[in-house]
Design a protein around this ligand. Structure first.
Ligand SMILES: [Ca+2]
Length: 426
């Protein structure tokens, strides 16, 4: 590992954004620069052959947007603007230059905000440029006597031309049954180019609830696959089975908060919070069982008492990657396909909450059955809990931080060569 590419963040001209009726994003890049200047390197840039891709410059972290309150999910629109959810039930639109954050988009469904619940993820339709459809996941309270319970819900809506309101809101999926524990909700959405929509559903935390992850009569602890119109595909694995919910795609997940559909294989990848020392990345096959809470590499929080029957069992799938104690608390994960970091093309990036880093997983072998050949934590110098991660239209990595004063951080390649980058930071 060579510390040749010293990381720097430089102030950006966006700092003097105009003040409009929109909230101006505060700019804290100097803080990041100070933070990074005190560290030896933001990330290693070793292993780049001399005759390989264009000479990499230093990695640069800058605040793209700030002033977000407990955000959870984000996604870029085709024009470069960024949709961001805030758990209290607000959807905001960040301008393509990061300078302006809109007021809350009108017309959202009512969410149950509390504990881990609220408005969670946002995804756009693969054909958004033509149909302007967006998908939202959120927790919704039960009615009357069931008001203390909540269920994960997915709605589809059309984003108005001026992006100020949602129209034609339609509920596509309701979790069954609703549950009174608002933890380990799951909630990540992933859309495939061929019209499928996946949702991750958590186990709802308690010992009494989590065993339902093995029972196809419950949505808890599952991934779900529907069509983008809400219908259930006829080839879903539990369609027609007595007592099983037909939306279920896979079983045995604990708290999956990361998901993407691989662009070449069409397979769903998930990252899930395990128990203590049992966080996982899984490549999901329809109908397969990912083990929780029967098999896990982790143990109970606090006591580290064993869980289930061990680390493996016939008929239960092993994870592609897992993290031992203390674990990283994975949020979302993406497959990197951009050109900004050629040496990272084909790597999977996993955001970490408790781990306050982004993990890069390097893969080899076929896309359908890859092996992990290496992994490394990146950007730990930022010290941020990473709630979501995206690849931007520029091929940069965009990190959404967690908490009441949250921001979007852009990781990009400096235009400077490594040799000159050192003199550019102040
Ligand atoms: Ca597992």
């Amino acid at each position: 590992m060579q510390p040749s590419a010293v990381s720097r963040a430089k102030p950006c001209p966006q700092a003097r954004g105009k003040r409009t009726s929109w909230r101006r994003t505060a700019f804290v890049a100097p803080f990041v620069a100070l933070l990074l200047a005190a560290q030896p390197a933001l990330a290693s840039l070793d292993d780049t052959p001399a005759d390989g891709p264009a000479a990499p410059g230093a990695l640069q972290a800058s605040t793209f947007a700030s002033g977000l309150e407990s955000p959870w999910g984000m996604e870029f629109l085709p024009d470069g603007r960024l949709l961001v959810t805030e758990r209290a039930g607000r959807l905001r639109v960040i301008s393509a230059d990061g300078r302006e954050i809109s007021e809350a988009v009108a017309g959202l469904p009512r969410v149950r905000h509390g504990n881990h619940g609220g408005l969670l993820d946002v995804r756009i339709d693969p054909d958004f440029a033509h149909n302007r459809l967006v998908y939202l996941s959120y927790t919704k309270a039960g009615r009357l006597l069931l008001a203390r319970r909540s269920g994960l819900t997915v709605a589809r809506a059309r984003l108005s031309e001026d992006a100020t309101r949602l129209e034609q809101v339609q509920v596509l999926f309701r979790q069954r049954p609703r549950v009174a524990v608002d933890e380990n909700l799951g909630g990540r959405l992933a859309a495939s180019a061929d019209g499928y929509l996946f949702l991750t559903v958590g186990d709802r935390y308690t010992v009494e609830q989590r065993i339902r992850a093995q029972d196809p009569a419950f949505h808890q602890g599952k991934t779900v696959r529907i069509r983008t119109d809400g219908s259930v595909p006829a080839d879903n694995p539990f369609v027609g089975r007595d007592g099983a919910l037909p939306e279920i795609w896979s079983l045995g997940h604990r708290n999956p908060q990361g998901a993407f559909v691989h662009p070449r294989t069409g397979m769903l990848w998930v990252a899930e919070h395990g128990p203590q020392g049992g966080d996982e990345v899984n490549i999901v096959r329809g109908g397969a069982n990912y083990g929780w809470p029967i098999v896990t590499f982790g143990c109970e929080y606090d006591t580290c008492a064993p869980i289930g029957e061990g680390v493996s069992k016939p008929g239960m799938e092993a994870p592609l990657a897992w993290w031992g104690k203390p674990g990283i608390a994975p949020s979302n994960l993406i497959l990197y396909t951009g050109d900004q970091f050629p040496e990272w093309k084909g790597s999977v990036f996993v955001g970490a909450l408790a781990g306050r880093a982004v993990w890069r997983i390097e893969l080899s072998g076929d896309d359908d059955a890859p092996r992990m050949t290496r992994r490394e934590p990146l950007f730990a110098e930022l010290g941020e809990r990473i709630r979501d991660i995206r690849q931007g239209p520029d091929g940069g990595l965009y990190l959404l931080t967690d908490g009441g004063e949250a921001r979007v951080i852009r990781i990009a390649r400096s235009l400077q060569s490594p040799a000159t980058a050192g003199g550019a930071a102040h």
